[in-house]
Design a binder for this molecule. Structure first.
Ligand code: BES
Ligand code: ZN
Ligand code: ZN
Length: 468
């Protein structure tokens, strides 16, 4: 899609007119019809025809409280009606705020996402030109919206891709290519290097797979001699069978999405580089396939980790926290970032707690929690804080190793996982963990089966932006 900005609208061409609920006076200039079956309800639309036979789409933006859902309204309209649009369409952006313009662009771009990447017959992508009409200067919003939508679509394609294509190595190649294109540094640590450097937990999780694990280290540096402002760590399990503590087969195919956290990290680094934000940032992806094999790690095994802490494996399905532990230790040792956020499809427990409505947020830093909550609300990628109480420390106890990877209890699973991660943060004051298991992948109005949501790209990118 191409986004343009002009001052004056052309009455003879197709146009989208966004309208707030009950504020339809602005339509007088387009139609003399008084009794439109349209009230401006959020995400509703009505098509009327202009004198030149051009299409006029009235698009409902709802009430003030719906302002965070403008992206969704544009996306739905485009998804459902795009096939009838001419090569170019106008958007009456005169009454839209700067943020609403950006959301509109993101929504339109997201409607371009093609989920059928693996179909033998490819759909033809039409080259649409979208012309935003406004007297204000909205160049930045058009650019930011386009970049955000494009990167989110790429991230969704990664999460929706099947595990036989999307190996850890594949994620490494993806990052390498992105780094070359957008001018940041990327190093992929392969099996031998991981062994040499002591990524024992990553190795243990990946040792049952023919697709060897990797750790991807991306660095976006704008101020060479200054501290690292923020470090991200993503869980990149390209397929989670559960390992020898095997998962039931119902819905197992969806465990291709267990690299949703990694996808967010890769997406955020790429987007931050595209937007040329003035920060020093490191993004780490710890990637492995949790497979069933004669070489798989076992329940009862004691493994080492990058930190030197030994871990008793109670359940091989609690693998995400193991690869993240090594990612966090490496990030802290090598880069000493000011702030740390890890992001992962970590537990079924968080899905039972918050369903598909918000990510679980864990941090001891109230300021970070407040900022992230506010950004989550505004980007409609909500987070909800859960506790890291000391009470839960006992659940990490192992008689034979420094700690165990699962409490063995069917309660407070998301907290147990977060407490495990906390043990690898060296009490870093500005660490946050986001459990996105419920929001990263799920039902969608745009696919018949579950699919990637792109959750996290806007949330974290805006958080990074807030550091400036
Ligand atoms: N990848 C899963 C978590 C998950 C569940 C992601 C549902 C997306 C949707 C994770 O590795 C896992 O299996 N967690 C277990 C941990 C348990 C065995 C301690 C869980 O939460 O059930
Ligand atoms: Zn698992
Ligand atoms: Zn997992």
């Amino acid at each position: 899609m191409k986004f343009k900005h002009t001052q004056n609208l052309d009455n003879n061409k197709d146009i989208i007119i966004p309208c707030k609920k009950g504020k339809l006076d602005c339509l007088e200039e387009f139609t003399s019809i008084k009794n439109l079956d349209f009230e401006g309800e959020l995400s509703t639309h009505q098509l009327i025809y202009g004198d030149a036979g051009n299409r006029i789409y009235l698009l409902g933006l709802g009430e003030e409280k719906d302002a965070v859902k403008i992206e969704e309204a544009f996306r739905k309209l485009a998804f459902n009606t795009k096939k009838n649009w001419s090569k170019s369409i106008q958007v009456d952006a005169q009454s839209l705020s700067e943020d609403a313009v950006k959301q509109a662009v993101i929504g339109l771009e997201l409607s371009n996402y093609e989920i059928g990447q693996f179909k033998s017959e490819k759909k033809k992508q039409s080259k649409l030109e979208i012309n935003f009409i406004s007297k204000k200067d909205i160049t930045i919003q058009l650019k930011e919206g386009k970049y955000t939508g494009e990167t989110t679509n790429q991230i969704k394609a990664l999460v929706d891709a099947p595990a036989n294509y999307k190996t850890p190595e594949f994620l490494g190649d993806w990052a390498t290519k992105s780094a070359k294109t957008y001018n940041y540094k990327c190093t992929v640590l392969h099996q031998n290097e991981l062994k040499k450097q002591g990524f024992d937990a990553v190795i243990a999780v990946g040792q049952g797979s023919v697709n060897p694990p990797v750790v991807i280290v991306t660095e976006y540096i704008t101020k060479p001699n200054a501290k690292i402002d923020i470090g991200l760590v993503g869980k990149g399990i390209t397929f989670d069978t559960g390992g020898l503590s095997i998962k039931p087969s119902t819905n197992l195919h969806y465990m291709k999405s267990d690299m949703g956290g990694a996808a967010v990290v890769l997406g955020v680094v790429e987007l931050v580089a595209k937007l040329k934000l003035d920060v020093n940032m490191v993004g780490i992806v710890a990637s492995a396939e949790n497979a069933v094999d004669k070489n798989s790690y076992r329940p009862g095994d004691v493994i080492n980790s990058y930190s030197g802490k030994t871990i008793e494996i109670i359940d091989t399905d609690a693998e995400g926290r193991l690869v993240l532990a090594d990612g966090l230790s490496y990030l802290i040792k090598e880069f000493r970032p000011e702030k740390i956020i890890d992001i992962a499809t970590l537990t079924g427990s968080v899905v039972r707690t918050l369903a598909f409505s918000a990510a679980g947020m864990f941090t001891n830093n109230t300021e970070m929690a407040k900022t992230m909550s506010d950004i989550g609300y505004k980007t409609n990628e909500r987070v909800w804080q859960l506790p890291l109480f000391e009470d839960f420390e006992a659940d990490l106890h192992s008689d034979i190793a420094d700690l165990r990877n699962f409490s063995g209890k069917p309660i407070a699973g998301a907290i147990n996982a977060a407490k495990f991660l906390e043990a690898f943060t060296e009490s870093h004051k500005n660490w946050m963990h986001l459990d996105i298991a419920g929001v990263s992948f799920g039902d969608s109005p745009y696919s018949k089966m579950k699919s990637a949501s792109g959750f996290g790209v806007q949330l974290i990118t805006n958080y990074v932006k807030s550091l400036n």
